[in-house]
Write a protein that binds this ligand. Structure first.
Ligand code: SF4
Ligand code: SF4
Length: 73
């Protein structure tokens, strides 16, 4: 499962439009959490803890396919 300690970034691929139509999350993330794989964005597991919680990916994602979970509180 997640290799992260603090933050887990989850993409609902059944809602995602696919990278042929949208590359929003890949483009906006300032710390490269997303990469492309086989026509869909994929979370780079080892980068998840670098997420700054800027929300840019969620704001840009029209189908609201991205969830960010804080594993601490
Ligand atoms: S922004 Fe949303 S719809 Fe677009 S590629 Fe990323 S997850 Fe898919
Ligand atoms: S919240 Fe910001 S830093 Fe975190 S995955 Fe989304 S765009 Fe990247």
């Amino acid at each position: 499962m997640a290799s992260s300690e603090f933050i887990q970034v989850i993409i609902d691929l059944s809602a995602c439009l696919g990278t042929a139509k949208c590359r929003g999350c890949i483009k906006v993330c300032p710390v490269n959490i997303f990469e492309e794989e086989a026509g869909y964005p994929k979370v780079v597991e080892e980068n998840q803890d670098e997420c700054t919680l800027c929300n840019l990916c969620m704001e840009t994602c029209r189908p609201k396919a991205i969830t960010i979970k804080k594993l601490y509180e």
